[in-house]
Design a protein around this ligand. Sequence first.
Ligand code: PLP
Length: 369
Amino acid sequence: MNVPFLDLGRGVAAKREAIDAAVGEVLSSGYYIGGPHCAAFEAEFAGYCGAAHCVGVANGLDALQLGLRALGVGAGDEVIVSSNGYIATWLAVSAIGAVPVPVEPDPATHNLDPARVVAAITARTRVILPTHLYGQAADLEPLLALAREHGLKLLEDAAQAHGARYRGTRVGAHGDLVAWSFYPSKNLGALGDGGAVTTNDAEVARRVRTLGNYGSDVRYVNPLKGVNSRLDPLQAAVLSVKLAGLDAENARRRAIAARYNSELAGTGLILPAVPNWAEPAWHLYVVRSPRRDALRDALAAAGIGTLIHYPIPPHLQGAYAEMGLGAGSFPIAEQLAREVLSLPIDPHMRDDEVAQVIAGVIAGVRAAA
Ligand SMILES: *Cc1c(COP(=O)(O)O)cnc(C)c1O
């Protein structure tokens, strides 16, 4: 029996009737951009996150990009990002002419290390941009303290962290602005592209909405050079259905993670480290091994799907060759890229599939030794 890394079709099948009904409502509504389904989802997601405002946008990259612009970041400004993780965070900064300034993560949590951030702050720094990687919150309190002390904004990349908690409070309103993706494989995923920002700042929310609507609040009056970036109502209606089931799916992810934690404890793999203040959303379950490639091959031979998040750190990508940051510039990010392996943690996995992954990993570690 093969265990896929993720089978999105199962998640849709489980909610098929409610999704069909939601899509049908949009078709009947007469609103195909904006309208009541967008407004309803924005209100529901803001409420879920404990944020005063939610503004839907077209995708997670736009949420980051428009969020940065709404916080006043522009050409030549510096934004502190993590040296590991997904390149989208860096690309959002570059896309608006600002400069990503990488800082190494804490190797235990894979998240931006507050202790290393201070040395990267310059007169041009505007924003600290941590990612809640793999669904576990970055250590927000010290990052917020640093931001306040240096007159900076804190923007969180929460694309992997729907439902995660930091010190008991859901991610979504700790920083000045929080950027979300609803890419289909995220914990809260649409049936296509989607994104949003959440914030407690009404003016920042308004600016994101204006920027995503051609820079216009009043029809045909354009004070800003905006773009077209909207969450479409079909996706919003589907997201409302999915949001109602998010906590149950995250609980299932947590149960799978707990099983991996206990049953893989003796393998010698480095398992995810969860600080006592973090309640991860378990977007990914990432183990580390110096024999990662051999383990991945053994699992593939046993029919178990895995992925690597992420194999090449942003500074070593061709896209950032211009920065001249060669191999060895960010040794922690580079080591993580060599050693990380994501095991299946699809909330729709069956218990026998979880058992098969565990048996496969135990056998694979032996084979790779
Ligand atoms: C998915 C993701 C994004 C980008 O989201 P899109 O909706 O695909 O544009 C950004 N940052 C992180 C950490 C992500 O995982």
